[in-house]
Design a protein around this ligand. Structure first.
Ligand code: EPZ
Length: 421
């Protein structure tokens, strides 16, 4: 088993370059299934979620080339096995995007239910609602979802989501891009990766507008053609490094970001006392590590991202005063890391969807265990800020979503190493 061993207490300095966005990549790669041609996709992060997804697509018959770091050439002209490998699908939550992509390409699909981070129940009823609105006959099995054209065939239509769902918004866009007629998604998610997917599909000849607002319109087209596209930088990876500097202290230039995407995160950390400077495609953060308490409520974009809940909690645990952190996207998300932070000296009380965090002088290193991707990232931040040595177990969770983490942190002066035990 591999672990991270972190000797904390060293402020971070230098610069770090952010990789392509995981949650954009896992939506854009399946979108290539709609395109019977070569797609050159750049700024693809080399993380395990992406590697698994490419393995699934290759197993279906897609041609996958990686001519240079960060570049994937996908050719899905010939799909010989339209049913994705269930064993691989179970490893990756975003596998469910194959449902929409296969329905859009072939008018039918049979995909097993995905796995992935299980910090909360992760229903897909809104995805199913969307597919049915587009005319699909949906069969939900014990561990699979099967779809075929309903009696009126597949067609564009109006879908009003009962809850703002990134996944459902993505899946309906994938299913609708090639369907005859117009599809309108109301109460759509507005995350940067939704816009990125729409831009990718439009580059390939789709006709999508309104992505980034709560109403996305898709006019189905006859076919799509392969082209070239570069994925946006990862808002959450960037936020994670910014939170690490806020907690551990230091002076770091975070490069290859879209500052607008970071506003909800940087404004909160500035409120806590970090010094943030925005440039065209970079953000500089300076922090003494001494932060003020604050209140955060996670919201769908452009609110404070739920995927930054664990990371900001570490900053709160080190802040002067008492902070309150409320999760409003999932029913909960605290249990993946709060107990671990308490073992490092944090003082956190959880009451339903709200955690009250009493800032402490400092944290101390112990052995902790990651339970999901962002919880694991938060434990790394805690280890960087803590005194002594922190050992983080279950780091496979972290390596799902953070490219070259050890290399990037070491370049910032962090004393962290990956140890096989
Ligand atoms: C995406 O998950 C991200 N994953 C998550 O990031 C992120 O936390 C989440 O969006 C919110 O931003 C990927 O993009 C691969 P949702 P997703 O559908 O699509 C409820 C990470 O760390 N809901 O927006 O699954 C759901 O239970 C991961 O990178 C339904 O009720 O999230 C939740 O309470 C973790 N029915 C809320 O909506 C549905 O059919 C938001 O979920 C779908 C969702």
């Amino acid at each position: 088993m591999a672990i991270y061993e972190i000797n904390g207490g060293t402020p971070l300095s230098g610069s770090v370059t952010i990789s392509g966005a995981k949650n954009a990549a896992v939506a854009i790669l399946p979108a290539a299934l709609l395109i019977p041609g070569r797609c050159r996709i750049e700024n693809v992060p080399d993380i395990s979620d992406v590697r698994i997804l490419l393995d699934i697509m290759e197993g279906m018959g897609a041609k996958v080339e990686k001519p240079e770091p960060g570049v994937v050439i996908l050719d899905c002209s010939i799909i010989t096995q339209p049913m994705p490998d269930p064993a691989l699908v179970k490893k990756l939550r975003a596998s469910y995007y194959l449902m929409g992509a296969l329905l859009g390409r072939y008018g039918r699909s049979h995909v097993s239910l995905p796995g992935g981070c299980s910090f909360a129940s992760r229903p897909i009823d809104q995805h199913i609602k969307g597919f049915k609105a587009l005319g699909a006959k949906v069969t939900e099995g014990e561990d699979f979802v099967s779809m075929e054209p309903g009696e009126n065939g597949l067609h564009g239509d109006r879908v009003s989501l009962d809850v703002v769902s990134v996944g459902a918004t993505v899946n309906i866009m994938l299913a609708a891009a090639l369907l005859p007629g117009k599809t309108v998604i109301e109460n759509a998610a507005k995350e940067p990766h939704i816009v990125d997917l729409a831009n990718f599909l439009n580059t390939m000849g789709a006709n999508i507008s309104g992505a980034g607002t709560d109403t996305v319109k898709i006019w189905g087209v006859e076919s799509l053609q392969g082209s070239t596209y570069a994925i946006i930088p990862d808002q959450i990876e960037a936020g994670t490094y910014i939170a690490a500097v806020a907690a551990a202290g230091g002076d770091v230039l975070v490069k290859n970001v879209i500052p607008k995407h970071m506003d909800c995160i940087t404004s909160k950390l500035a409120e806590m006392g970090a010094e943030i400077t925005d440039y065209d495609d970079a953000i500089r953060i300076r922090s003494t590590g001494k932060l003020h308490a604050t209140t955060v409520k996670t919201r769908p974009y452009p609110g404070f991202p739920t995927d930054m809940q664990a990371q900001i909690c570490v900053c709160m645990a080190l802040a002067n005063g008492t902070s309150r952190l409320t999760e409003s996207v999932y029913e909960t998300r605290f249990f993946g890391y709060c107990t671990e932070l308490e073992s490092m000296g944090a003082h956190i009380t959880i009451d339903g969807k709200t955690a009250t965090v009493v800032g402490m002088e400092g944290l101390h290193g112990v052995t902790v265990r990651a339970r999901d991707l962002r919880a694991g990232a938060a434990l790394v931040i805690a280890g960087l800020a803590a005194s002594g040595t922190t050992r983080v177990e279950n780091i496979h969770y972290v390596e799902r979503g953070y490219e070259r983490l050890i290399e990037k942190l070491t370049a910032l002066g962090a004393k962290i190493r990956r140890v096989e035990e």
